[in-house]
Design a protein around this ligand. Structure first.
Ligand SMILES: Nc1ncnc2c1ncn2[C@@H]1O[C@H](COP(=O)(O)OP(=O)(O)OP(=O)(O)O)[C@@H](O)[C@H]1O
Ligand SMILES: [Mg+2]
Length: 1012
């Protein structure tokens, strides 16, 4: 597909309401009639049905033989498509009943109509050479509703009913099994028009949320009211996008006025009211004159005349006009002949005179809702009134959406309130009212605010749809969030509102918005042009301005280049969802290409984004390559991200089938995941599956290098819980395989990483020897083996030798090596090894009797490590902090650090790993310090046992020393001394001179204490 194909979408996904109506009783009688007569009878039905569709601005999609299919909401979206379909249905039933009665009388024929209505997504557009049409499951279900309906009735699916409820009376018919639907469908029958006229009415019926914020706006309105009281009337326009709260603000203000005894009159323009002239004005005048629905004409005239004459006796002459306008012409006083314009002018005049009548002293408020839908007649009439209220005691508050441009002159600036969405605090308050204060909701408010941009209507709808989906459990005002809030989808009502706004855009702007939605939350202007297939920036200038002015996009950055962002994600989702899959795919492919070409310097940084566009653009091989690139870039600095990216590579590579590149990616990405598993955690079964998968493919393609690495990861990676002897066997085999493969990188990397097994097994000599070998093989080339298991093998080699030296009691040399480890790691971009080395350096400071400095260093290291998002390193850093806190005798803080280190490790890894004994020893020391010697002894004893079982000879003496101290503190001196002997033995066996010396000290202290 070329870019110009993209420019002409051949269809759109739309949310619409589909109506099927069919005339029953026709076919069996057709044969008995003259075809011409028959045709004219059927013509009668069709014209009733199609007239009603057109009256409510629907589209007749096709004639079905004995009926029609109509669509509301396409090609042009109407946010009230379901309501329009219902109005049309009610009128069809009425009109057809009349026509059928006539046919019965005149021809003895028996006809009726039945109707089915459903709302949902369709693909709409021209098919082949044909006309615009809608297709999809939504259509089929509407037809099934029609087939199900009893003669003379209209049936609705739940999807349509939930949009219509409140505006219409519905009868719940229960669930029906419907062919082609996987689950039973809830069906309702349409019975009558309901009470709600606007969305606000419906909110009121459902129970208003408590009113939040809007103090400033209220103050403006109150001040204007004061003006009206003083005879300085004015008009105020409240402007905002749908759902921001215009009606609610006006309603609350109206209630306050009524409570203060002020007369308030309301009028409402309706979306489908443009063809009913003067409706809002009539509504207001009827309210003003106190006319009831059942009042007789004479009473109505009396009411009109009474009020008018009291205000201004001179208006007596004008009464016939008023009577006529209000539909109660006086037979005694016929109206003089006037042109339509003259009549309108005269009416406007009367209304103004009523407003300015000298006899009116009490202030009065009129509220007019939704001026954007007002009919031209009412607009002219109202405009005349609003333009000049000075000197009256009338306050007019009107509201409208930003697309409305008043045909009358708005009074000075300060009379417009541009209502803003709710701020974060008001969003929180609204959410509290709607959902309650359960702790599970704590983080919902900011997410919701981000997602809705603070639009209260969207907030209410999302909360409701979460409750309906069961993600929120409980009842209104007292919910609990049962699963993490990620993507709630776009609630149907929000969808219709946003889709209608998008449809009002010009075609260029709409296309640009679609392109932007493919790019993501934000997009650089140059990339946007490419995605939209535009060559010159000028082409985008006007549509972009339109999008910004209409509040869809805003300028996030202007320098060094213009970056545009969506105001809220919901619009993006709707714009994105309205495009056909093929269009979106092409857009993503173009987005990837644009990112690559426009950002030659930032490929690494953008690789993940490029990969995700490529994947959605259906280019899996390229997507896998870029994901791998992104994963390498994230590397050990952002292990979680890297892990996720490697998962993507595996998924994509597996989907590509056989072939050299896909298969080697399939193996490599699995090995990479295993390598991150010990850092961030992964369920055991998943690890087994990855090992199995990697082995199978590597053997099939004869990839010895990968088999060596797999061997290393399978039996020698940290976190394993087998005996260290097995571990050592495993890594020795891996090193042999690496040597066989001849790959110098692997030889260095596996020696270095594998050496850790010797350390845990307490074989300090072998540990140092393996690290020496690795260093020797590398011959000073720090890039050798870099990134394989360990970021910088040589940093780790230096650090590992530093640990051995420390254990041997050579503190100076140890410090030198550890510092060297930090330096190399930092220089070579391996923050992980740097973190481990710093953990060990902090402990050295403690040994040097600089306990405060040790704690400070350990704390700094914790903070730095936190950013890595790697559990292994974080647990280690925390345990080291705990260890330094023992030096400053802050035992409670130490215990807290140790417990946290233990908790996060176990949570992520599902076990304690090879450091478990070491951590338990430290924890026992903290407990002893806190005077909880019994507990300490129990912890240390268990650790000593575990060390024996798993042959963790390196950590055994540490746990054993902790046990001796705990026993001494508990007053068990014999036991303590015996344990010290065992500690000395265990430490001596592995050459840990440092601990041997400590045991000596400990013995002296104990003897001293006993003597003292
Ligand atoms: N300040 C507020 N506090 C609490 N709820 C609010 C507030 N403002 C609006 N709402 C609620 O948000 C919903 C939408 O508000 P409203 O109907 O006033 O929007 P609108 O701007 O008039 O939209 P439209 O242009 O579609 O008529 C309503 O349910 C309303 O009760
Ligand atoms: Mg409103």
């Amino acid at each position: 597909m070329t870019s110009s194909d993209r420019n002409e979408p051949d269809g759109e996904r739309k949310h619409v309401t589909v109506l099927f109506a069919d005339v029953m009783g026709s076919m069996d009688m057709a044969e008995e009639r003259d075809p011409e007569e028959w045709r004219s009878i059927m013509q009668g039905f069709f014209s009733i049905l199609s007239d009603e569709v057109r009256r409510f601005e629907g589209t007749v999609d096709k004639f079905t033989g004995d009926g029609i299919m109509a669509v509301f909401g396409a090609p042009i979206a109407h946010e009230d498509h379901a309501q329009r379909a219902c109005y049309a249905a009610l009128r069809m039933l009425d009109e057809v009943a009349g026509y059928a009665a006539e046919l019965r009388r005149r021809h003895g024929l028996n006809f009726s109509v039945r109707i089915g209505i459903n709302s949902g997504e369709v693909v709409a557009g021209g098919i082949g050479e044909g006309d615009y049409t809608a297709i999809g499951h939504t259509v089929g279900l509407a037809q099934r509703m029609e087939a199900l309906a009893e003669p003379g009735r209209a049936y609705l699916t739940e999807a349509a009913a939930s949009l219509a409820r409140g505006y219409f009376e519905l009868e719940d018919l229960g669930e029906f099994e419907i062919k082609g639907a996987s689950r039973p469908v809830c069906v309702s029958a349409l019975t009558d028009v309901g009470r709600a006229r606007s969305r606000l009415d419906r909110s009121r019926e459902r129970g208003f949320s408590s009113f939040v914020g809007r103090d400033e706006e209220m103050a403006i309105l109150e001040a204007a009211l004061e003006g009206a009281r003083a005879g300085e009337g004015s008009a105020i326009g409240v402007v905002a996008e749908p759902g921001v709260g215009k009606s609610r603000l006006c309603h609350e203000f109206g209630e306050r006025c009524r409570a203060a005894g002020i007369e308030v009159y309301e009028a409402q323009a309706l979306a489908r009211g443009r063809e009913i002239p003067f409706m809002p004005v009539l509504q207001m005048l009827r309210a003003y004159f106190g006319i009831g629905d059942d009042d007789a004409e004479r009473i109505v005239r009396e009411k009109i005349a009474g009020r008018t004459l009291l205000l201004d006796p001179e208006l007596a002459e004008e009464l016939p006009l008023l009577f006529d306008f209000l539909g109660v012409p006086d037979p005694e006083r016929p109206l003089p002949k006037l042109s339509a314009e003259a009549r309108q002018r005269a009416l406007r005049d009367i209304v103004c005179r009523l407003a300015h009548a000298p006899a009116r002293h009490e202030p009065m408020v009129i509220l007019v809702e939704d001026l954007h839908w007002i009919d031209p007649g009412s607009e002219a009439l109202l405009g005349g009134l609003l333009e000049d209220l000075s000197g009256s005691s009338l306050l007019a508050v009107v509201n409208f959406r930003p697309e409305y441009e008043p045909a009358w002159a708005l009074p000075p600036e300060h009379c417009t309130i541009e209502l803003q969405p709710l701020g974060p605090d008001d969003t929180r308050a609204l959410l509290r009212d709607l959902a309650g204060e359960d702790p599970s909701l704590r983080d919902l408010a900011p997410v919701l605010h981000e997602r809705t941009g603070g639009n209260p209507f969207f907030i209410e709808e999302i909360v409701r749809s979460l409750a309906e989906a069961g993600s929120l459990e409980g009842s209104r005002g007292a919910y609990r969030l049962t699963c993490p809030f990620e993507d709630s989808g776009v609630p149907a009502e929000v969808q219709t509102v946003l889709a209608a706004r998008i449809d009002r855009l010009g075609p260029e702007a709409k296309r640009l918005l679609g392109a932007a939605s493919v790019a993501g939350k934000e997009v650089a202007e140059r990339a946007l042009l490419r995605i939209a297939g535009l060559d010159r920036p000028e082409q985008a200038e006007t549509p972009l301005r339109e999008l910004i002015e209409a509040g869809f996009l805003f300028e996030l950055e202007l320098y060094p280049e213009r970056v545009l962002a969506f105001r809220h994600p919901l619009t993006r989702e709707v714009a994105y969802g309205s495009q056909l899959a093929g269009q979106r795919q092409a857009g993503h492919a173009a987005a990837a290409q644009a990112l690559v070409e426009l950002n030659p310097e930032r490929h690494e940084e953008l690789a993940a984004l490029i990969a995700s566009h490529l994947e959605q653009g259906d280019e899996p091989l390229e997507a896998a390559r870029w994901s791998a690139r992104a994963a390498y870039w994230a590397g050990h600095s952002r292990p979680r991200e890297a892990m996720g990216l490697w998962q993507t590579v595996t998924r994509l590579a597996d989907g590509l089938g056989t072939g050299e590149e896909p298969e080697s990616m399939a193996v490599a990405s699995r090995l990479q995941q295993l390598d991150f598993a010990w850092r961030v955690g992964m369920p055991r079964e998943e690890q087994r599956r990855l090992e199995g998968g990697a082995e199978e493919i590597a053997e099939r393609i004869g990839d010895t290098r990968s088999l060596a690495l797999l061997q290393m990861l399978r039996s020698g990676r940290p976190g394993l819980e087998q005996r260290t002897a097995e571990w050592v066997d495993g890594i020795e085999q891996a090193v042999r395989l690496a040597d066989e493969s001849g790959d110098p990188h692997l030889r260095v990397a596996l020696r270095a990483a594998g050496a850790y097994a010797y350390l845990c097994a307490g074989r300090l000599d072998r540990f140092e020897a393996a690290l020496d070998e690795a260093e020797e093989l590398a011959g000073g080339d720090r890039s050798l083996g870099a990134g394989i298991v360990i970021g910088s093998p040589l940093a780790w080699a230096a650090m590992g030798r530093g640990i051995a030296k420390r254990d041997r009691g050579e503190i100076d040399e140890s410090q030198r090596l550890l510092e060297r480890g930090v330096r190399i790691a930092e220089e070579d971009g391996d923050p992980e090894t740097a973190s481990w080395a710093r953990s060990n350096l902090a402990v050295i400071q403690r040994l040097r009797n600089e306990p405060e400095a040790a704690v400070a260093a350990a704390r700094r290291n914790c903070e730095q490590t936190e950013r890595l998002g790697d559990v292994f390193s974080r647990s280690l850093a925390l345990a080291s902090l705990g260890s330094t806190l023992l030096g400053t005798e802050e035992y409670a803080a130490a215990l807290e650090a140790h417990e946290e280190a233990e908790r996060i490790y176990r949570e992520a890894m599902g076990g304690g790993g090879e450091m478990e004994v070491w951590r338990a020893g430290l924890r026992a020391e903290a407990l002893t310090g806190l005077g909880r010697a019994e507990e300490a002894a129990a912890v240390a004893e268990a650790a000593v046992g575990l060390a024996g079982e798993r042959e963790l000879h390196w950590s055994l003496p540490l746990a054993s020393l902790a046990l001796a101290r705990a026993r001494a503190a508990a007053g068990d001196h014999e036991g303590a001394l015996a344990t010290l002997d065992l500690t000395e033995l265990a430490a001596g066996r592995i050459g840990a001179e440092l601990i041997v010396a400590t045991v000596e000290e400990e013995r002296r202290d104990m003897a001293g204490e006993r003597a003292g």
